[in-house]
Design a protein around this ligand. Sequence first.
Ligand code: HAM
Length: 415
Amino acid sequence: MAQSVKGMRDLFGAELRWFQHIEETARRVFGRHGYGEIRTPILEELDVFKRSVGESSDIVNKEMYEFTDKGGRQVVMRPENTAGVVRAAIQHKLLTSNDPVLFYYIGQQFRYERMQTGRYRQFWQIGAESFGVATPESEAESLLMLHGFLTELGLKHLVFSINSVGTPESRPAFHAAFRAFFAAREAQFCEDCHRRIETNPLRVLDCKNERCQAALEGHPVITDHLDEASAKHHARLKALLTELGIPFKEDPRLVRGLDYYTRTAFEVLSSDLGAQSALLGGGRYDLLVKHLGGPDVPAFGWAIGLDRLAMVLQQVHGEAPREVPAVLIPLGDRAATEALKLARTLWEAGVALQLETRGGALKKAMASANRMGVQTVLILGDGELDGGTVTVKHMATGEQESWSLEEVATRLAKS
Ligand code: HAM
């Protein structure tokens, strides 16, 4: 029997209901903030990621699904969506005015990673990117939207970890201090870190190896080596988050696994996910648009792992809110016809309802309704038809009553 490819899974049932609920909430909340959706292709040219996510990142080094297509193009199944959104915004000249441009996206990403809880090779991200504003206020706006989104989903107890990774101008001062620190204890670091200290010293801070993390004790901190403007920016963002009541902590080792960040970098971890799993991450990337051939436009954004978010919500809340709270069961041929008509009226009135169309015994239909976990069952038999009523069974209490056909729509809308 064929199985799905390792790391790629089918979504259905309770888990997919969470996905749908999260996506609907995202569209509602982001729309309120003036963000518009963007959908970019899953395949991008290899260069898009090499030049943005970066050649020193694990993603580009080890994790990309890349291949040559039948036309001889080197393509990649996108490992993330920021680079594609930037590519699209440049290609379609969306960033040529001075106005801010706000996008969100919902889509699959692909990384050839080792399987772990909440880590897949095809996974989903919901992300938001804002272009054109370099201020800490624009970051606070984006984080407020993110906080509102998570709160609306019923998630509490989340802490934002933030850091500043500086700018290419301010980084050499940090690199010098950090290389000296590294050199003094280089035997304690892993082979990968020896490579990282040459290509991108910031990556050493991000090493998952416990020995390296221990060896980093007392390391020089980037925020002590920031240029004046970046230091002011960082202080202002912290002041704004405090003012807005968004709980955060500073994490001097937070550098993120992608190369395009400047100044603010942040993540949100969830204790429900196990030690090393971030629920989301993001930051400022003021140089990327220009670097990929576009105008000099600053940007800030983040992406949430939808698979992980759904998992956490399922742990915290159990079942996702139900789509179909009611089932209508007709008994006999006459009722089957009338049930189709009644269901049509109810659907047109906006009521969510599933219609039993198999015919057959009430007992079997009731057992199905029970398994679906619906709240209300409507039964329409000859007796009900003669009286112009339906019998209503409330599944939670077992209570039964009779409603007139005219009142079904309004009463169902209320229940
Ligand atoms: P990232 O940290 O690589 O950032 O990914 C963001 C989120 O995607 C992670 O926090 C995690 O929840 C989820 N994720 C990543 N890999 C996997 C996986 N293998 N399985 C399940 N979930 C995963 C980015 O991708 C940046 N583009 C974020 C960004 C947007 N920065 C600026 N704008």
